[in-house]
Design a protein around this ligand. Structure first.
Ligand SMILES: Nc1ncnc2c1ncn2[C@@H]1O[C@H](COP(=O)(O)OP(=O)(O)OP(=O)(O)O)[C@@H](O)[C@H]1O
Length: 310
């Protein structure tokens, strides 16, 4: 597996208030993967993306892209020579230029290359239209076409799916994933949305307060979080003793369960119920498909052998 991006001890401090936005970041991107930085607002995602693209100068550390040192104490390669491309939130298409000109803006791509990319992004026939004449999905494809026409080594995606209503967003993220796969490009996606991260990513890095807390596949992070913060961020958990926690799907109601409890609350979520039960010691959350559960009902619980310890 070839490393396409190598980040070593990357650090950024904004002087006003001494905010450490990137605190000695260390990780690699593997060629061809979709890698997501997932974090809440203000965790430092955009600053990292800007440092990788050469738009923000780190205070310390090294960045290598395809084995080439693009940033270190003595090196700072210009953004346009780093072979990265960015798809911005809301796509940043130029309203007064037609689709063909939007795609080739600032590029030395040939007519044949434009033709090829129009075909691959299913935009053939739309080249003389203007951005406002296209659907949201088509606009996303124009933004992608513009980003990849110069064959960058990495595609950076800055929250392209935020501010879009749920229905369109589900369509766009599937299309986005399919296109990234079709172009076989390495992509770095930043988002605060866990669902988008799970949907799109081969691997996810959880960022918090300028630190990368954990890197792994969505399954690894969900099932084996290394901190309470990551466990909470990726899904619901209940505390079962001082430092032991459990996810709702790992608690089962069953007749011969060892722990006695009473149902306190039942919330219907369409395809399942979220049930709060009270045991002698604490309230626990579990998921159920049983239509017949009632508030006040006594139940017995079994804990699956998937306890989280922090
Ligand atoms: N130029 C700057 N000067 C001072 N502080 C900054 C600057 N840019 C960012 N910050 C601060 O750095 C922190 C991280 O910002 P950043 O935009 O990287 O976070 P983010 O995770 O991308 O958040 P969001 O999802 O809201 O964009 C924030 O506290 C922000 O206020």
């Amino acid at each position: 597996m070839k490393k396409i991006v190598e980040i070593k001890n990357l650090r950024k401090i904004f002087c006003k208030g001494d905010i450490c936005v990137a605190n000695s970041l260390n990780f690699d991107l593997i060629k061809g993967e979709i890698f997501t930085i997932l974090g809440t607002s203000g965790s430092g995602k955009t600053t990292f993306l800007r440092m990788l693209a050469g738009l923000e100068k780190p205070d310390f550390g090294e960045i290598r892209i395809d084995n080439k040192l693009v940033f270190s104490k003595d090196v700072d390669i210009e953004p346009n020579k780093r072979e990265v491309a960015i798809v911005f939130q809301n796509y940043a298409l130029l309203p007064h230029l037609n689709i063909a000109s939007n795609i080739t803006f600032g590029s030395s791509a040939s007519k044949n290359e434009l033709k090829e990319i129009l075909e691959k992004t299913k935009l053939k026939g739309h080249e003389t239209k203007y951005p406002h004449e296209l659907s949201g999905g088509q606009q996303q494809r124009v933004a992608l076409a513009r980003a990849i026409i110069n064959k960058p080594k990495i595609l950076l995606l800055d929250e392209p799916l935020s501010n879009i209503d749920t229905e369109l967003r589900n369509i766009l993220r599937l299309e986005l994933k399919e296109m990234i796969r079709e172009f076989n490009i390495t992509a770095l996606f930043i988002t605060h949305d866990k669902e988008d991260a799970f949907f799109l990513s081969d691997r996810i890095a959880i960022m918090h307060g300028g630190d990368i807390l954990q890197v792994g596949t969505s399954k690894e992070l969900y099932n084996n979080p290394t901190s309470l913060y990551c466990a909470n961020f990726l899904g619901k958990i209940s505390q079962i003793s001082e430092n032991l926690y459990i996810r709702p799907e790992n608690i089962k109601i069953c007749q011969n369960g060892e722990v006695e409890a009473v149902i306190k609350e039942i919330i219907f979520y369409g395809s399942f119920y979220e049930v709060t039960v009270a045991t002698n010691n604490q309230d626990l959350l579990l998921f159920s498909f049983d239509d017949n559960l009632k508030i006040g009902q006594k139940v017995n619980l079994n804990f699956e052998d998937k306890i989280l310890k922090f």
